[in-house]
Design a protein around this ligand. Sequence first.
Ligand code: AMP
Length: 300
Amino acid sequence: MKIISNVEELRNELKSLQKEKGADVKADVKVGLVPTMGALHKGHLSLIEKCRSENEIAVVSIFVNPTQFGPNEDYDKYPRTLEADSKLCEKAGVDIVFAPSPRDIYDEYYFTHKETTLICPPYDVVNKLCGKTRPGHFDGVCTIVGKLFNITKCDRAYFGKKDAQQLFIIKKMVRELNFDIEITGCPIVREEDGLAMSSRNTYLTENARKKALNISRGLYKAKELHKKGVKEADTLTDTALAYMEGLDVEYAEIVSVDTFEKIDIIEKDPKSKESTAIMLVAAKVNSENSTVRLIDNIDL
Ligand code: AMP
């Protein structure tokens, strides 16, 4: 496994790996990409394993992307654990860890002018849910993901359903900008007690973790109620919210899986097992002297 920070070096390594695996004799050598910000956990590993199993070459990118963080967010203190991450990747059979610095990724202009060319999805999809309190976040996400697609020329890319709005927006970007890349959404990986795994869980004290657990408890309760026949979104979100006392809930909303637009009544073809709606929550938990923002969701 190679750990590479430079874009040209990555491109050269990919070319020689492709050759090694027979691409020049017309063998089908697919490149799979798992974009991450590092501090890898089992959630990331599930994406990496899927990528490994479906592609001849597996690339994991590790980059804490400054353009997706707001001025008062945790960019500086975000956990950076490249050594441990690389070991996990090696064990998982990854071919290349791409771990650039901001200067490997962004042009000098970005550092002098604090601006760069951005990929900006439509206002209506980025300025709700997470985007409402994180203006510019999804522009930053789409820009870095688009750049990583161009840098790696990957055939497939893997994203977690934990960041459901992000997955929705990336799929839309790929469709609308004609990226020739297959996007796969992977299930949320949880701790045994239900807490969705997240790199930010490392910020939680024991007490804060107990409070954070109420996010998934609330979501599961709402799903249970929906299974019993409750279709009204307000009733379901109120049920989930009742569990989340002591948390500063930013939003708890039910949206359509297809459009990500808010829905009031969950309609479903009784014969179909497919979920048509998803409940999403973002909440802040006080942990020592800081607040930790966590997100989670569940298919209904
Ligand atoms: P991050 O490093 O937080 O930017 O996440 C990188 C990728 O891993 C994203 O596509 C996330 O949705 C995915 N991911 C993070 N946590 C989980 C989880 N608990 N289960 C599944 N995927 C996850």
